[in-house]
Write a protein that binds this ligand. Sequence first.
Ligand SMILES: Cc1cc2nc3c(=O)[nH]c(=O)nc-3n(C[C@H](O)[C@H](O)[C@H](O)COP(=O)(O)OP(=O)(O)OC[C@H]3O[C@@H](n4cnc5c(N)ncnc54)[C@H](O)[C@@H]3O)c2cc1C
Length: 475
Amino acid sequence: MSQAFDVVVIGAGPGGYIAAIRAAQLGFKVACIDEWKNAAGGPAPGGTCTNVGCIPSKALLQSSEHFEHANHHFADHGISTGKVTMDVAKMVGRKDTVVKQNNDGILYLFKKNKVTFFHGRGSFVKAADGGYEVQVSGDKPETLVGKQVIVATGSNARALPGTPFDEENVLSNDGALRIGAVPKKLALIGSGVIGLEMGSVWRRLGADVTILEGLPTFLGAVDEQIAKEAKKAFDKQGLKIELGVTVGEIKTGKKGVSVAYTNAKGEAQTLDADKLIVSIGRVPNTIGLNAEAVGLALDERGAIVVDAECRTNLPGVWAVGDVVRGPMLAHKAEEEGVAVAERMAGQHGHVNFNTIPWVIYTSPEIAWVGRTEQQLKADGVAYKAGTFPFLANGRARALGDTTGMVKFLADATTDEILGVHIVGPMASELIAEAVVAMEFKASAEDIARICHAHPSLSEATKEAALAVDKRTLNF
Ligand SMILES: Cc1cc2nc3c(=O)[nH]c(=O)nc-3n(C[C@H](O)[C@H](O)[C@H](O)COP(=O)(O)OP(=O)(O)OC[C@H]3O[C@@H](n4cnc5c(N)ncnc54)[C@H](O)[C@@H]3O)c2cc1C
C-alpha cells in the first residue's frame, strides 16, 4: 500500500529540508526522505552541511580559535594563564553536540510544518499514475507516490584516483572532523575552502601543517589583491602552502602517510605526515537514487541536468543544491529549494546567482560577492576600485585584529557596485551588507552616504565605498 503526497523530497540537506518546509508552508502535503544516520543509527537530517560540513567545521574553527587566542593573544590584554591545554576529545564532543542540536532542530521544524519525515534511502521505482513512485528502504520500508519530486541528494568528497579514503590515514572532510588527537604532521591536498579551514583548525592546535595545491595561483577564484593579503597572513601563521605541485604516489602504513610530489620547480619531493586530508572538490551524489528507472538525465560529471529554474528532463521532477550545476554552497541550495517550492505553487521563485556570497572561515576570514577585479578586466568592464584597511578602523584596533581590508569595485560610469571583497575580522558578517546593496543595485555612493555605527567594523565598508570616490575620511 503506497502513501500519496503532493511533494516527495529526496534528501534533507539544506536544499531538501528547506524545500520541504517551504512547500508545506504553501499548502502541499509533503514527505521528506533522508538516509543519514547518527552514531546510534537514528536519523540525522541536515545533510553534509549539518553532519560533516558547514556546522561541525565552524564548531572546530571556533574551539581552535579560542585555543589560539588563549595561547598567543590573551597576554596582549594583560591576561595571564597557566599552560593552556586542549582536550581534543572534549572539543570533538562539543562539535558533536552542536551537530545534534541542528539535527534535532530540523526534526522539530518538520513536525511544526507538518512535513512527514522518512528515515531511509529514497529510490525512484517508476512513473506512477499522476506522479512518481519512490521506494524508501531502511528500517521501515515504505512506498510513496509523489505528484512532484524534488531531488536534493547533495555531493560526496572527491577521492584522489587510486587513493580511496580510509578515514584513518587518508581523510575526507568526514574523517578530518573526527581526528582524535592533534597530529604532529598533517598533510592536505587542495588549498580550497575546506583545505584552508581544516588546515587552520589543526595548525592552531599545534600540528605542523602543509597544504599541497596543484594550481599555480592561490585561491584563483578570489580577487587577487584579497588572496595575496590572505596568503601573507597564512604564511605568517606558519600554514605552509605549496602551489603548482603535481601529486604522485601516496603510500600509507603504520607510521602514517607519505606523499610523493613534484614541486613547482620540477623537483621530486616527499611529504611524510601522520594524516592526509584530501580536499580536492566534491562530486554530485546520485548513488542509490535509481535515476535510470525513470530516465532522469545526468551530465558527464554525474550532476542532474536542470534548467535555470531547477526543472529536470522529467515533468514534475526538480533538483536543487550540490547535485546540480552551480556553486556547492549551503545557502545556494536553500535558495533553490525555496524557489522550486514557490514555482510548484505557481509563484515566481527567484535565485540571483550574481549575488551569492562566498565565505572562507579562516582567520582572517575571506568573503566576497560579485565580480573580482580580474573578472572585470577579462569582461572589458570599466570600473573604479576603492579599498580601506582594517588597520585604520578603530573597532579593529580595539579587537586587536587589524589584518586585511574591504575592497569595492564599482562601474566607472554608473557607480553601480559590481563586487565587494573582504579579508579580515568578521568578513562573513560584513559581506551581508554588500549582498543587500548589490541585490538592490546600489551604487558605491549609496553605501558611502549611509550612517554606520561607530565604532564598528562596518565603518570599513563605508570607508571602502568612499574610497571608490577617493574621499576616505579616516585613511
Ligand atoms: C567541510 C565542509 C565545510 C563546508 N562549509 C560550508 C560553509 O561554511 N558554507 C556553505 O555554504 N557551504 C559549506 N559546505 C558545502 C555545503 O555543505 C553543501 O553545499 C551543502 O550541504 C549542499 O546541500 P544539499 O542539500 O545540496 O546536499 P547535502 O547537504 O549533501 O544533503 C544531501 C542529503 O541527501 C541525503 N541523501 C542522498 N541520497 C539519498 C537518497 N537516495 N535517499 C535518501 N537520502 C539521500 C544525504 O544523506 C544527505 O543527508 C561545506 C562542505 C564541507 C564538506
